[in-house]
Design a protein around this ligand. Structure first.
Ligand SMILES: Nc1ncnc2c1ncn2[C@@H]1O[C@H](COP(=O)(O)OP(=O)(O)O)[C@@H](O)[C@H]1O
Ligand SMILES: [Mg+2]
Length: 253
């Protein structure tokens, strides 16, 4: 049984936009899967439906045998601890320190008053410091998040996502706000920590090179439908052209 199983997932927004038209997708334990597709193809919606930041209209999501789409709010809060999310825009709390941002990755399990009084259990603190060291931001833990560079901010995002020892990382275009060189460093780091912590990863990108370089499998989305799902080593360039709807003759001029 795969770690993550998505079945017939559909989502339309109130505006009438049909973002997902019945997507099936599975991710095995420790597998690294790239979602490739043009802007608007449904990548973010798909990732957000997995942890129900966006509520799907129909279909199911099952993680490690637990049907996420059948959970009530309280159960969902618990289940979200096993899914770490990393965002394109980092989504850090600017006025909090780096360390506090990383610690906030445990908010699902620390009661609110403790979070607000900033009294975190010692073990959480130790874990947060260890992760800060691992992602290379230990020297910056006392800085406010808004004092960091983009690459440093995403490192904080990675540490935060790992705080709860997730089974899977859901990663939405992690490098799109970064320079190519910094983006590649962030991708390398994510891959390394995914391997070290035996966590699976489902990440969206629109950069073909990043998808082919960093994934075990590539899934192509187009207009809310999966049009392609193959092991990365066997993916042919024509398939990539298909994902991007490119007309070769037109492209050659
Ligand atoms: N909050 C929203 N409200 C209305 N439409 C949305 C919203 N988010 C996304 N969409 C629409 O859903 C489709 C898929 O968007 P999205 O999942 O963001 O794709 P991608 O991440 O691949 O760019 C697009 O047509 C987009 O305009
Ligand atoms: Mg997106």
């Amino acid at each position: 049984m795969p770690l993550l199983e998505i079945r017939a997932l559909k989502k339309s927004y109130a505006t009438g936009e049909v973002a997902l038209k019945g997507v099936d997708l599975s991710v095995s334990a420790q597998e690294i899967v790239a979602i490739l597709g043009l802007s608007g193809s449904g990548k973010s919606t798909l990732l957000r439906c997995v942890n129900r930041l966006v509520e799907p209209d129909s279909g199911s999501v099952t993680l490690d045998g637990l049907e996420i789409t059948a959970l009530n709010k309280r159960q969902l809060r618990r289940a979200r601890q096993s899914m770490g999310m990393i965002f394109q825009e980092f989504n850090l709390v600017d006025r909090l320190t780096v360390l506090e941002n990383v610690l906030s990755g445990t908010l699902g399990s620390v009661s609110l008053w403790r979070a607000f009084s900033r009294a975190f259990p010692r073990e959480n603190l130790d874990r947060a410091l260890g992760l800060c060291e691992r992602v290379g931001i230990l020297d910056h833990i006392k800085k406010r998040a808004d004092q960091l560079s983009g690459g440093q901010r995403q490192r904080v995002g990675i540490a935060r996502a790992l705080m709860q020892n997730p089974k899977i990382l859901l990663v939405d275009e992690p490098t799109s706000s970064l320079d190519p060189k910094i983006g590649a460093e962030v991708m390398e780091l994510m891959l390394e920590v995914a391997h070290e912590t035996h966590v699976a990863m489902l990440f969206s990108v629109h950069d073909v090179r990043l998808a082919t370089e960093y994934s075990n499998r590539i899934v192509g989305l187009q207009g809310g439908s999966k049009i392609f799902d193959e092991r990365t080593e066997t993916v042919k360039p024509e398939a990539i052209d298909l994902i991007y709807g490119m007309n070769k003759r037109a492209a050659r001029g």
